[in-house]
Design a protein around this ligand. Sequence first.
Ligand code: APR
Ligand code: PHB
Length: 389
Amino acid sequence: MRTQVAIIGGGPSGLLLSQLLHKAGIESVVLERQTREYVLGRIRAGVLETGFVNLMREAGVSKRMDAEGFIHDGTLIAYDNEQFRIDFAEHTGDHVVVYGQTEVTRDLYDARDAMGGTVIHGVSDVELNDLTSDKPYVTYTLNGQSQRLDCDFVAGCDGFHGPSRQAIPLDVRREYEKVYPFGWLGVLSETPPVDDELIYSNSDRGFALCSMRNANLSRYYVQCSLSDSPDDWSDQAFWDELKRRIPEEAADKLITGPSIEKSIAPLRSFVTEPMRYGALFLCGDAAHIVPPTGAKGLNTAASDIHYLYNGLKQHYQDKDSNGLDIYSQKALSRIWKAERFSWWMTNLLHRFPDQSEFDVKMQRADLEFLRDNDAAQKVLAENYVGLPF
Ligand code: APR
Ligand code: PHB
């Protein structure tokens, strides 16, 4: 089989790229290891920057997002039983859209089906071959049969654990990583959100976050030990701990209910350089990971897809390779700023096991400065709504 762009990974990155390329008349094939049901079963943050929303519109996949997404003009930051608001609209004139990543992925799959896009599920043994030649190809196994996909380019959209990043030789690839000494215990409950906006809370017991998916589906997190497992936490224990970590005014109105999903996610910052190797272009989690504190995971994938899509369009339509030649440098420039913001928000809001009393005082001073200073709030707001592509 042959295509112009072989896309490894049928998560948001791979599907969005495939949809955009198709609309530009560029062929692609998506190779996905899991079933569609498995991919759609993933619970992930759904805070969308305007850049991502615009890409979904450009891809013709925004109807449900526009109808069901919540526009958020601000967020709440809490500590010491008090909370203050960061007004995105006032500081940036922009906002974010809250719309679950599961729904984004579902809409992208539906759009691929509607356009007759090729997404092959259940592949295994994916290998990338001859990436530095002018005839790269991908091999994989499907239903026990070995397959070969010849292509012009390979988009590595296969997430943190996929094969694409590993296809860049170790003497070419440079990796940067920071692993945080705690996790996030997340609960999904069919209950109304505690507030109209998200609450990020720093408490002396640890971080907590109150988020949502829709008017009757809430998402809550508490910082937990990496040695914890979800089974260590009864629903009641979770709700009791969450209430201890958010201001009383929020705890008093919190509506609890049975968890319909409960999981623990580790936190890490990770970046691979370069994001291109010959015909291979890494996108999204295949190239970089952020701690979820800044809600940047999907939004950093968006700018990668934006740069790669436009570079491929320029290559095929204008016979100009400039966009592809500067892809890695351009993508990394924005990625590192999102990594910094996510790292900063994580340090601002979490309790670290080795934190000294002085460190706690510094955190408190940071929070009070943020509470009282417009310039500090503008910096947070500009990063949260998303830096320009
Ligand atoms: N072969 C084929 N597909 C693979 C392979 C493989 N060897 N390895 C992984 N995949 C698939 C995974 O099953 C997954 O569906 O690649 C896809 C990668 O999707 P994601 O991990 O969701 O990464 P991405 O599409 O970049 O989306 C980034 O996901 O983790 C969140 O916070 C992150 O919101 C961000 C988003
Ligand atoms: C979520 O709703 O899952 C969510 C929201 C904001 C974050 C992280 C997760 O920063």
